[in-house]
Design a protein around this ligand. Structure first.
Ligand code: URA
Length: 255
């Protein structure tokens, strides 16, 4: 099995485990993974070997198992519930789901909540968040409430460490569904972690940023994370270049 196959298998296993814990023991045949993720065959045995502890429910036999069925953000949030799908649940104060316009034309995706976000339950409300708000409101000249903002993982990693692969995998179906529900024209991936996760690459952010990529048919622009800009203000110029490309794509004037 390829590396990508193993990654999908891990995500399927985590979700199947959750389905099992939720009492789901049968998946109707013929369901497709939203967004077409299941572009390659991953068999039940692949899933079992990638994550033997998953204890798959009997009829969870295809990529369909990982589909989240909620059709709106409220339903998706309810589906996440008081999540214990990964160990971040043991240290977080609360889940930081996402905020903004459910019909936004642009979605900003960060890495994961920090201390302020964990306390308030809203993404990007600390110092990096203030800078992101300036980028949106002063730079793009649109209210922050017009865009949608979320993170790869919905719970704060302790001491702001990077999320572990199994934590990302546990949250992956929800991030994918969030983006699918909002269906923006553009995604802005904030920083190395969000860009590399969404694009499934190890290419450095310095090479990814400034160029258009695609996430499940949606245009994606990676740029530096606002926290990086707080430490290195000289990078603001490059972020502004990236944001101008986003504005052009959305037909917004930046003259
Ligand atoms: N950094 C992130 O990546 N996300 C937040 O919500 C806050 C800081």
């Amino acid at each position: 099995m390829s590396q990508e196959g193993r990654r999908i298998a891990r995500a399927l296993a985590a979700h199947a485990q959750w389905l099992g814990m939720s009492g789901v023991d049968e998946i109707p045949p013929g369901l497709d993974w939203p967004g077409g993720l299941a572009t390659q065959e991953v068999s039940r045995s692949d899933v079992a070997s990638a994550m033997p502890e998953a204890n798959l429910p009997g009829a969870v036999s295809s990529a369909a198992a990982a589909a989240s069925s909620s059709n709106d953000l409220g339903g998706l949030r309810a589906e996440i519930g008081d999540c214990t799908r990964c160990r971040l649940s043991g240290t977080r104060k609360q889940i930081v789901f996402g905020t903004g316009n459910p019909n936004a034309r642009v979605v900003f995706v960060g890495e994961g909540p920090g201390r302020d976000e964990d306390l308030q339950g809203v993404p990007f409300v600390g110092r990096a968040g203030e800078l992101l708000t300036d980028i949106i409101e002063k730079g793009m000249k649109i209210p922050r409430s017009e865009v949608y903002i979320c993170n790869v993982v919905k719970c704060r990693p302790p001491d702001n460490r990077n999320p572990e692969p199994e934590e990302v995998d546990a949250c992956a179906p929800f991030l994918a569904r969030q983006i699918e529900i909002v269906a923006p024209e553009v995604i802005v991936a904030l920083g190395k972690f969000a860009a590399q996760t969404l694009l499934e690459t190890k290419t450095p952010i310095t090479r990814l940023r400034g160029h258009w990529h695609e996430y499940r048919g949606i245009a994606l622009m990676p740029t530096f994370h606002p926290a990086h800009l707080l430490r290195n203000p000289s990078y603001k110029r490059q972020v502004w270049e990236d944001i101008k490309q986003v504005m052009e794509r959305l037909g917004l004037s930046h003259a």
